[in-house]
Write a protein that binds this ligand. Structure first.
Ligand code: NCD
Ligand code: ZN
Length: 448
């Protein structure tokens, strides 16, 4: 059965099957849909993906490369991917992590800074492998400190992008401390994106992707904007609202940016993804972070000093709770020599596992590459919209970026499997989306 009128290879084979228990808290009330045993669609693309660098790359790239033909690789490394030379080097690293016999084409995007020049853009357009530039408002998200401090500073670069056919990908959140975390996307539309799309400061011809949209306002904005504006949608923003992250305890592995919003926004975003409107397409924003290391070893490793550090910290806490101020205790205990001061710092450093996902200040990002397509399939199926998956996952992104749709196909089969609690990630582990839970779909032939 052909699903989509615009060609492609989507096929259903329908058969009734019992509904399996699935997904965690039923926060997304969905209608029962006709069940399907398998679905074959044009090979998809992921138009928003983080694969990190160094030894971590090899642990995450294969998940995406085995299913998707292309992925737009986010440039927020430390230091960021700012030039064509950086992008070439990064692309080579990614390609060397692609498994034998798998064909995968990373699409690169440059990290815009206040200093990105029109000449940088011309170089990028000539490269043949850079397809866009990413706007991170400075301070908005992971490794965005060198991002753009004021949109006015990048107008020459934006005009050059429009002229040379590069797409602008936007992390659409303002960063002012005065704006509530849950309103940052909406305010960005009003304060920044509105002006860029229409009005006297608009850049004619500039193609813009609103990345990982999370609100009803962003959906409406995109729908009303000219055809040069589109949006990507992640699995977590289709499946979950903020209750999943906060009710009954904080779940750091569901914390991402833009943050999950209330149910009415999840519903609007899900509806957009499944609407068949070509302005909305797949971008997982799979963003792995190490769960938490200690001295470079996973917490499960016996060489990890975390228990010792936790112990030292507990002693401090106990002493302070007996009526002595922390300042007094630390001064008495550690502050007399630089060696002891160093020890205090080290203790606190390890105890808080700096830069890790499970820590006193955990990083933003959900890792979903291990089952990206099955997550979307589960969500679409529950709304009775599996027939809209192919357009969303495989056609609309390619059409918007002006690249040919992929020639091959992938087949999803309805088969329960349990997501592992962790996957290897460099010298640590990453806790995946749906860790320990059942997913109802899997990509045929993909080893899990
Ligand atoms: C991303 C990351 O970790 O790089 N995190 C996230 O929560 N989405 C950055 C980003 O896309 O905002
Ligand atoms: Zn991202």
């Amino acid at each position: 059965m052909t699903i989509l009128p615009r060609g492609g290879a989507a096929r259903f084979s329908r058969r009734a099957s019992s509904r399996a228990p699935v997904l965690r808290p039923a926060l997304h009330r969905v209608h029962a849909a006709a069940t399907t045993e398998s679905l074959t669609i044009t090979t998809p693309d992921d138009w928003h993906l983080h694969v990190r660098d160094s030894e971590k790359i090899a642990d995450v790239v294969p998940f995406t490369a085995r299913v998707f033909a292309r992925a737009l690789i986010m440039p927020n490394l430390n230091p960021p991917v700012r030039t064509v030379a950086d992008a070439r080097q990064y692309r080579d690293q990614i390609l060397s992590a692609v498994p034998e016999g798998v064909s995968f084409a990373p699409q690169m995007t440059l990290y815009l800074t206040d200093n990105t020049s029109p000449a940088d853009i011309v170089d990028a357009a000539k490269s043949g492998f850079v397809v866009g530039c990413k706007l991170y408002p400075a301070g908005a998200t992971t490794n965005s400190d060198l991002g753009v401090t004021d949109i006015a500073k990048i107008y020459p670069a934006l005009r050059a992008m429009a002229e040379h056919g590069l797409v602008l990908e936007v992390h659409g959140e303002v960063t002012h401390a005065s704006v509530d975390m849950f309103d940052r996307e909406k305010v960005f539309l009003e304060e920044v994106l509105g002006g860029l799309v229409a009005g006297k400061s608009a850049v004619p011809g500039l193609k813009i992707v609103m990345e990982h949209i999370t609100t009803a306002e962003a959906v409406a904005f995109c729908e009303d904007a000219p055809a040069t504006v589109a949006a990507t949608i992640t699995p977590q923003h289709v499946l979950y609202n903020r209750n999943a992250m906060l009710v009954g305890g904080i779940r750091p592995h569901l914390y991402c940016l833009p943050i999950l919003k209330r149910e009415k926004h999840r519903a609007a975003v899900a509806l957009a993804a499944m609407s068949g409107n070509p302005k909305f397409f797949l971008g997982t924003d799979s963003a792995p972070h190490p769960r938490g290391t200690c001295w470079g070893f996973p917490k499960s490793d016996s060489r990890c000093l975390q228990p010792l550090c936790a112990c030292l910290s507990a002693i401090l806490v106990t002493l302070t709770s007996t009526g002595n101020s922390y300042k007094y205790i630390t001064r008495r205990m550690f502050a007399h020599t630089s060696y002891e001061r160093g020890l205090t710092r080290l203790t606190l450093f390890f105890y808080t596992s700096q830069g890790a996902k499970e820590s006193a200040c955990g990083c933003a990002g959900v890792f979903s590459a291990h089952a990206a397509l099955p997550f979307y399939a589960s969500a679409f199926e529950k709304e009775g919209k599996l027939d809209k998956l192919q357009g969303f996952a495989s056609h609309y992104g390619a059409d918007f970026y002006g690249v040919p749709r992929n020639a091959g196909t992938v087949t999803l089969v309805k088969k329960n499997w349990t997501v592992p609690q962790t996957y290897a990630f460099g010298n640590d582990v990453v806790v995946p989306f749906f860790a320990g839970e059942i997913v109802e779909w899997q990509v045929e032939g993909q080893s899990i």
